[in-house]
Every structure is written in C-alpha cells, then in structure tokens.
Design a protein around this ligand. Structure first.
Ligand code: ZN
Length: 216
C-alpha cells in the first residue's frame, strides 16, 4: 500500500479530536436530522456519499457542505463487485462521475474516498493515487446497520471511544432507503455528549488527519 499512498483508519492521538463519518447518503429524512444534531453540539463531520444519491438530492449535498461539513466519495452505485474487481479504468470513471456531481453541488474539490464495504483492492490504490484521493476507512464501527436499539450502539462506542478515532455511521441503507435509521440519530446525540464529557472535539476527517489546505 505504501507504493501508492496510505489508507487512513484513524488520526494521531494527543489532539483531543475524533471524526464522525456517515456513509451511503444523502437521504431526504435522515440527513437533515443528522445535520440538526451535529449543529446542536457544534460538531463537524464527514459524509461519504454515493453518486447515485448525490444525483437524486443535490440540494442536500449543498446543504451539508454549507454547514461546514466535508463530503467524500463513496462510489457511484455502491457495488461490491465493481469495487473489488472492476478494471481500474472503470473504477476511475465511476469515482470521477461521483466527484463531478459533488463538486457541481458544493463548488469544492473532493479529496477523500471510502470504498463500499471498506474493501480496498490492489486495483483501487493506483486509481485513488491518480485522482489524488486519500482512502479513509475507520477504526470504530457503530454497527448501526444491525438495527439495534440506540442504547446498544451507544454502549458499544463508549467502550472504545478514544482520541483520534474515526467513527463509522450510516445516513441510510445502501440498498433500501426505506429502512428506519432514526436510532442512528438518537445514538449520535448521546455519543456527541460523551465526546464533550471526554473533552474530544468532533471534526472533519481532513482536519483530524491534518490534510486541510493543499493535500491536492
Ligand atoms: Zn456504504
């Protein structure tokens, strides 16, 4: 992996910062709900969006960016096989198409990529390198896609919440947007309160990793 750059799972400790990341959106019900909770806690976050959903809801994409959050690419269609086995040219085409949609909505260049399911194939690394994209995974999974009560999600995170963490949540389900994700919002509210108690600031991934300003 070193040949084509680094895959980031977490930030350095000692800066009292963590990053909340939200995958698979935007979503017309869940995204505004998450934005309100983040605003109530004075937190910023990073949203990894799919091109298909960005094309559907560009006004939500604009709103997320306007509120100071960061938007990264999460493929166009969230297809596992394309992520793992597609020829680099095809992967590049899909990522470029998604980034173009995000950039059209926000006016900002996309610098981060998170592959669907967190699958990093050897074919992906040179593609991201060519596109000047940093690959971002996570080291603290909320497992919110298991549809457990928010208290279970909160307890799971509380055990492992630490300086430098990158937390994984979801805006919606990548295949079925009708699945209820209101418990993610309830869990987020409680985990952000935990962060405040632990003196951990919630920032974008680029800020956590010190990539702001000139990583391209
Ligand atoms: Zn995803």
């Amino acid at each position: 992996m070193a040949l084509f750059g680094t895959v980031h799972w977490k930030g350095t400790s000692g800066r009292r910062m963590v990053s909340f990341t939200f995958d698979d959106g935007p979503h017309p019900v869940n995204t505004p709900r998450l934005l309100d909770i983040l605003a109530a806690h004075g937190a910023t976050a990073t949203f990894f969006m799919t091109g298909a959903n960005v094309a559907r809801f560009p006004e939500l994409v604009r709103d997320v960016a306007a509120r100071g959050h960061e938007i990264g690419c999460h493929s166009f269609n969230h297809c596992r096989n394309r992520t793992m086995f597609a020829i680099p040219g095809r992967q590049m085409q899909e990522i470029r198409a998604t980034n173009a949609l995000i950039e059209r909505a926000t006016g900002k260049a996309v610098t981060l990529y998170r592959p669907p399911h967190g699958l990093v194939s050897p074919l992906l690394l040179p593609v991201c390198w060519r596109l000047s994209l940093k690959i971002v995974l996570w080291n603290l999974n909320s497992y919110d896609f298991r549809h457990e009560h928010d208290s279970v999600v909160v307890a799971r995170i509380k055990k492992r919440l630490a300086d430098g963490a990158i937390l994984l949540f979801h805006e919606c389900h990548h295949r079925d947007a009708t699945i209820d994700y209101s418990y993610t919002a309830r869990a987020l509210d409680q985990v952000l309160a935990q962060c405040r108690s632990a003196n951990l600031e919630s920032v974008t991934v680029s800020r956590l990793l010190g990539l702001e300003g000139g990583c391209l």
